[in-house]
Design a protein around this ligand. Structure first.
Ligand SMILES: C[S@@+](CC[C@H](N)C(=O)[O-])C[C@H]1O[C@@H](n2cnc3c(N)ncnc32)[C@H](O)[C@@H]1O
Length: 360
C-alpha cells in the first residue's frame, strides 16, 4: 500500500492498548508516524523495529505477513505493551540479517546514535531504514545523525504531521562508550550510557535532593525507584555504606549506567539493580524509598507515572518506613501524596523544587 493511501484505521482493528493502561485514558497506542511507517511494511520481509512504542508496528508486521520481527528498544514498558498487544515472542536484535529497519525517532539524539551503531555493527551490506516521528519531536539534530551514518537520504512528504526519511545505513563497527561525568562535590564519576536521564549534566532536582541527604534516616533497606544512573543511591551509600540498596528503572540504559557507576565507584556495595516498571510485583518492604519522579512517558508529559510510583511505594512500606520525594513545585505532587498518605512533611524547598518526607 502506498504511504499516501494509508489510513490509521487498520490500527483501530488491532485493539492495541498502551502500557501502563492506567495512564492511557483517552490516549491511543499509535500515532501518525506509526501509520506512516506501517505503510512500508512488506510481506515476507524481515524487520528490525527501533523504539516501537506499544506494538503498533509489530502487530502490523504480523498482519502484513512479515517473515520475522526483531527489536531494539530501551523501555521495559514498551516491551511489555508489545508482548501484550502482539502475543508474539520478543526477540532482541543481535546481528540477525534483516531486509529493512523502521525507526521511531527517540527524543535523545545520543540514544539514536547508539541504536544506529548497534544496528550498523550487525550488517555487512547497507540496510534500508525508514525513520519517522511527529514533526514537533523531530529536530535538525536527528537529520544530521541520519546523514552522518547513512547514504542516499531521501525526504518523503510529511503526512499528518509525521516526518519521514528513507536512507541506507552503512555497516559500522564503532561503539559508543559511556560518558564519564565527574561529580567533584561527591567525589563520584558517573558512567552514563547514551540516552540515560541527565546524561551530560546532573539534574538540578537531584542536586537539590542530595543537598538534604544528611536528614535521611539510617535505613537497612532502601529502594531507589526510577534510579537513572544511580546517583541518589550512590550518594546514600556514601553516608550509609551498610544499607542494602535496590534500584529500579524501566530504561535499559539507566540500569546499565547504574551498574557501571556502582562498579566504578563502589564495587563492594550491596546493590541490586533491576529493569522493570517501578515496584510492580515487588513483594519486599523497604525502610526508605527515594523517588525523583519522571514527568513524561516517551513524548507525553504526565504525572501519572509519579502517581503510580507513590501507590507502589506505599505497598512496599511498613509503619515506620519513609518515602522521600523531590518534586518540581509546579507539578504539585504534594496534593497527590496527601490523598494517598497520612503524613506529608516539607523538608526543604526553593523556587523550583520541594523535598518531601512521607509516611503511611
Ligand atoms: C527524573 S529521572 C530520575 C533519575 C535519578 N533518580 C536521578 O535523580 O538523577 C526519572 C527516572 O525514572 C525512570 N522511569 C520512568 N518511568 C519509569 C517506570 N515506569 N518505572 C521505573 N522507572 C521509570 C526514567 O527512566 C528515569 O531514569
Amino acid at each position: 500500500m502506498s504511504a499516501d493511501l494509508l489510513p490509521s484505521a487498520p490500527f483501530a482493528a488491532l485493539n492495541l492498548q498502551r502500557y501502563p493502561v492506567k495512564h492511557a485514558k483517552d490516549l491511543q497506542a499509535w500515532d501518525a508516524a506509526d501509520a506512516y511507517l506501517a505503510s512500508f511494511i512488506r510481506k515476507d520481509a524481515t524487520f528490525v523495529l527501533l523504539n516501537d512504542s506499544f506494538g503498533a508496528l509489530h502487530a502490523m508486521a504480523i498482519q502484513c505477513g512479515a517473515a520475522a520481527v526483531f527489536h531494539i528498544n530501551d523501555s521495559w514498558c514498551s516491551r511489555h505493551a508489545i508482548e501484550q498487544n502482539t502475543r508474539a515472542d520478543w526477540i532482541d536484535y543481535v546481528d540477525q540479517s534483516v531486509t529493512c529497519a523502521m525507526v521511531k525517532l527517540p527524543k535523545s539524539l545520543s540514544m539514536l546514535e547508539a541504536q544506529l551503531l548497534q544496528l550498523a555493527s550487525g550488517v555487512t551490506t547497507p540496510v534500508e531504514v525508514y525513520f519517522s516521528g511527529m514533526q514537533k519531536h523531530v529536530s535538525n539534530g536527528h537529520l544530521a545523525l541520519i546523514k552522518q551514518y547513512c547514504d542516499d537520504v531521501e525526504y518523503l512528504p510529511t503526512q499528518r504531521k509525521a516526518r519521514m526519511y528513507r536512507a541506507n545505513l552503512r555497516p559500522n563497527q564503532q561503539r559508543m562508550l559511556p560518558y564519564c561525568q565527574s561529580v567533584p562535590e561527591l567525589g563520584l564519576t558517573l558512567q552514563n550510557v547514551a540516552g540515560v536521564f541527565a546524561e551530560q549534566k546532573m539534574d538540578i532536582g537531584s542536586r537539590f535532593f542530595i543537598e538534604h541527604f544528611s536528614q535521611l534516616p539510617s535505613a537497612k533497606t532502601v529502594a531507589d525507584v526510577g534510579c537513572g544512573n544511580g546517583l541518589l543511591s550512590l550518594a546514600y551509600h556514601q553516608r550509609h555504606p551498610d544499607a542494602a540498596l535496590y534500584l529500579y528503572d524501566e530504561s535499559k540504559v539507566a540500569v546499565e549506567s547504574a551498574q557501571l557507576s556502582f562498579a566504578a565507584n563502589y564495587p563492594q556495595a550491596a546493590v541490586e539493580i533491576l529493569h522493570r516498571d517501578g515496584l510492580v510485583d515487588v513483594a519486599q518492604q523497604f525502610d526508605l524509598i527515594l523517588i525523583n519522579p519522571p514527568f513524561h512517558q516517551q513524548n507525553t508529559i504526565t504525572t501519572d507515572i509519579a502517581s503510580s510510583m507513590f501507590t507502589q511505594a506505599k505497598r512496599c512500606m511498613h509503619a515506620e518506613s519513609e518515602l522521600w520525594v523531590v518534586a518540581n513545585r509546579h507539578l504539585d505532587y504534594q496534593a497527590d501524596l496527601k490523598k494517598q498518605f497520612r503524613r506529608v512533611h516539607v523538608v526543604a524547598q526553593n523556587a523550583k523544587f520541594v523535598v518531601l518526607k512521607v509516611m503511611r
